[in-house]
Ligand binder design. Structure first.
Ligand SMILES: Cc1ncc(COP(=O)(O)O)c(C=O)c1O
Length: 357
């Protein structure tokens, strides 16, 4: 199948994508929680449109360039969930804010609050701010309630910042361990404790693809920002078990290009397609129908398919892998091939690919 497509190519199953978008939206709607999906996963105007049409209240982006690229989706509200510090960005920030009804920015430390103030002053913008709280990942944000109170006070001293709520990215819960539910409750408790130390009326913004549905149900949450849920990958299916195989909407189509030794097939997709991300057990890509054949090693343009089922692969054969982590895979592609009823129907451009500024 798909012999008429050049490879490597990314295939997106439109039916599954639609189901994933709608399911996350209905989970959020049922709990009265706003969905602000993170677009870093798909970076496509078409997918952003689907999310907004389903009921997403806004989009989360890391960088200004991502938001700019997705403006044709019709988005009116954006949360930039990254630490802005560079006054060189002021004109772009101003233009972005002028194109939207609402632009929310992140404040991630006292020192960053001062740098952010300079950016906003240069842009002549007073913006709502979500303050970062570190709930265990060890990346940005206040470490504990006392530091959160200090950060809130620092934000209060800046004339161009207006504190709206607290957010966290609980990326440390991506491990699928036995204590996943306890970890999730601990994230919620830490975020609430930090918020309550400042002002209990501030809104709470946790929630990535692993936690969003359960976070929404915990109560008191204003908004969640899952990203990878739109497509799914090995992290969400095998490692964290929050998605079923039947819901994985993006696969890497590759061609078997050689069979150099028993138990080894080479495909034309390497790290320039799969990225270098792997699952904890070292898998880069898996064939859902043949779990005994996996991409376990990559050079730039070759993938090593190893395992007992690798010998069943023939030169020239097309194979469809589920990647370990879908977000960097999409960022490496110019476009995706969209499947409707299993047939290649159209291509969508990855409009925000490489928009890291
Ligand atoms: C700030 C922030 N919010 C939300 C997300 C969404 O995460 P995921 O794709 O795991 O759902 C990320 C992921 O890196 C993030 O950094």
């Amino acid at each position: 199948m798909f012999e008429h497509l050049l490879t490597p190519a990314l295939l997106v199953d439109h039916g599954r994508l639609t189901r994933n978008v709608e399911r996350m939206q209905s989970v959020c709607d049922a709990s009265g929680v706003a969905l602000w999906p993170h677009i870093k996963t798909h970076k496509m105007v078409e997918v952003a449109r689907m999310q907004l049409a389903a009921g997403a209240q806004g989009l989360t982006c890391a960088k200004i360039g991502e938001a700019e690229a997705l403006l044709p989706s019709g988005v009116r509200r954006v949360f930039l969930a990254h630490s802005l510090v560079d006054p060189l960005q002021a004109p772009r920030l101003r233009a972005l804010a002028d194109s939207l009804d609402e632009l929310i920015v992140a404040c991630t430390s006292e020192a960053q609050a001062e740098a952010l103030e300079r950016v906003l002053a240069a842009a002549e913008l007073r913006l709502p701010v979500l303050m970062a709280v570190d709930t265990g990942l060890g990346r940005e944000g206040a470490r504990g309630p006392a530091s959160a109170a200090g950060l809130a006070a620092a934000i209060g001293r800046q004339p161009h910042l207006c504190l709206r709520g607290v957010y966290t990215h609980e990326g440390h819960t991506y491990g699928g361990g036995e204590n996943a539910d306890e970890e999730l409750r601990a994230v919620h408790e830490r975020l609430v404790a930090a918020r309550d130390r400042i002002d209990p009326s501030l809104s709470l913004w946790p929630g990535c693809s692993v936690t969003a549905a359960r976070m929404a149900a915990l109560g008191g949450v204003a908004a969640v920002r899952p990203g990878a849920y739109v497509f799914g990958d090995l992290n969400l299916t095998i490692t964290n078990r929050v998605m079923d195989w039947e819901d994985v909407a993006l696969t890497v189509l590759a061609t078997v290009v050689d069979r150099p030794a028993p138990g080894l097939a080479l495909v034309d997709a390497g790290s320039k397609t799969f990225s270098s991300d792997r699952t904890p057990d070292g898998t880069t890509g898996l064939l859902p129908g043949s779990p005994g054949a996996r991409v376990t090693r990559c050079s730039e343009e070759h993938g090593w398919v190893t395992g007992p089922e690798a010998d069943a692969l023939a030169i020239g054969e097309r194979v469809r892998f589920v990647p370990a982590h879908v977000c960097p895979v999409v960022n490496l592609a110019d476009e995706v091939v969209v499947l409707r009823d299993g047939q290649a129907a159209e291509t969508w451009r990855v409009a925000a690919r490489g928009k890291v500024q």
